[in-house]
Unconditional design. Structure first.
Length: 440
């Protein structure tokens, strides 16, 4: 086989066979296929796409390029969750303990923040003492004991994706549905859970800016999961506006605990409950309606919150900060943002608000920059809210006035205040199952 011939075939819109795709992935990981040839292939895929079969075969070859985690030491059905990334998206911290409290099993490997979007591992590391790197044995035993453990990605999981993603990043080939789908799903397949719930975000703060693209990506990923024998469902959720009121690592942990204690903001609570009910449905706990009731009950009776506290203690963390958020280290500088006019907030550019959080210190400017866990924003007014000139619409938290001033400017640019109340936007746009899309 020659890479030149495979590039030529894809350039003319041909279909690559399973054998060809596997040869290509293995050769690339082994360093036998150079970056320049793989770059040409990625661009040919970007222009000509891939069939569903090709995308599934590519994903399986990528998942097989490294270790596959064997979760058989954990009793019961395991369900994984993946979000395509957002601003203020802390739903894993909420739905994982809900699912565990209702008898599901969540053995989850999460990632760090990327660009303007946050990552679950960074949020968990804001809890003093919490260890995200633990042995496999300890990981399994915590899931067996309390139903959930969330750790950082470890081992040699889908190395083909690591290498391909780095190349896509510098060859303008990230935004291709088959390439995004194979990248995400190769890691999910390698992570070993029986079922997968996907949260595909759409809107200004998301990869997929339009609903149609988000549905197409969801359908592709659901088909890959099902094709590989994993029950897979996707929800398409809004990321035009940040989710909840808090952005930043310890701020998001505190807000998640509010939701788990039944006093969180409506949007975050509702999206988290819909994700949790679908995870419970996937592991066979009942109909969607029954799973919804179970999830709500686990908040009402405190079991989801206590499950999260138990997991945190087992992973070395101090649960005092979960019970009382004022015990988190606090930011030295606070900057209040005032409305510049009377009216309604008619748009919030989630991506720009995510960038403001990075400027404040809540995300990384470069791959190795340290994170300030106390940094971030609390939004006092959101999309659709009425505001009066000079109302405080947000508070920024950081360690220097210089960072605060730069982020304040970005925040002002991100917000539009108009005279007409804007239409209500759905929180969840659609649910995608094998061969079925329901739009709400
Ligand atoms: N997240 C991933 O893991 N891969 C992509 O290609 C895009 C988002």
């Amino acid at each position: 086989m020659r890479m030149y011939d495979l590039i030529t075939k894809k350039k003319h819109g041909g279909t690559l066979t399973a054998e060809e795709l596997r040869w290509m992935v293995e050769g690339y990981v082994a360093g036998e296929i150079p970056d320049y040839q793989m770059s040409a292939m990625l661009m040919a895929i970007w222009f000509n796409g891939m069939t569903a079969q090709e995308t599934t075969e590519l994903t399986i070859a990528m998942a097989d390029s490294g270790d596959r985690v064997d979760l058989s030491a954990i009793a019961g059905k395991k369900v994984d969750k993946h979000s395509t990334g957002g601003v203020g998206d802390k739903t894993t911290l909420i739905c994982a303990p809900i699912v565990a409290a209702c008898g599901g099993r969540v053995a989850k490997m999460s990632g760090r923040g990327l660009g303007h979007t946050g990552g679950t591992v960074d949020k968990l590391e804001a809890i003093p003492g919490y260890e995200t790197a633990i042995s496999r044995e300890k990981f399994f035993s915590i899931v067996n004991e309390c139903g959930v453990s969330v750790i950082g990605q470890s081992g040699n999981l889908a190395p083909a994706d690591k290498k391909l993603y780095a190349l896509r990043d510098v060859t303008a080939t990230v935004d291709s549905i088959p390439l995004i789908a194979s990248s995400i799903m190769s890691k999910k397949l390698a992570a070993g859970s029986d079922c997968i719930l996907l949260d595909v975000k759409t809107g200004s703060g998301a990869f997929m800016k339009t609903l149609d693209d988000a549905i197409a990506l969801a359908q592709t990923m659901v088909a890959i999961g099902e094709g590989a024998g994993r029950r897979t469902v996707a929800l398409i959720t809004d990321m035009d506006t940040p989710l909840g009121l808090g952005i930043g690592n310890s701020i998001e942990v505190a807000e998640s605990m509010d939701v788990l204690r039944g006093k969180g903001p409506h949007d975050l609570t509702e999206v988290s409950l819909q994700l949790a009910e679908n995870m419970l449905y996937l592991v066979g706990k009942g109909t969607i309606e029954e799973c919804r009731r179970m999830a709500e009950q686990s908040i009402a009776d405190g079991s989801a919150f206590e499950t999260f506290c138990t997991m945190v203690r087992r992973q070395g963390g101090d649960d005092a900060v979960l019970r009382d958020a004022s015990k988190f280290p606090q930011a030295a500088v606070q900057v209040q943002i005032h409305a510049h006019a009377d009216g309604y907030i008619t748009s919030m550019d989630a991506e720009k608000i995510g960038e403001a959080s990075v400027v404040l210190g809540a995300g990384r400017e470069t791959k190795d920059s340290p994170i300030d866990f106390a940094a971030g924003l609390i939004l006092h007014k959101k999309y659709g809210d009425a505001v009066k000139s000079d109302d405080v619409i947000a508070t920024l938290y950081t360690d220097s006035t210089q960072r605060g001033d730069s982020a304040a400017q970005l925040y002002h640019e991100a917000i539009t205040i108009g005279t007409e109340k804007p239409p209500v936007r759905p929180l969840v746009y659609a649910r995608v199952e094998k061969d079925k899309v329901v739009r709400y």
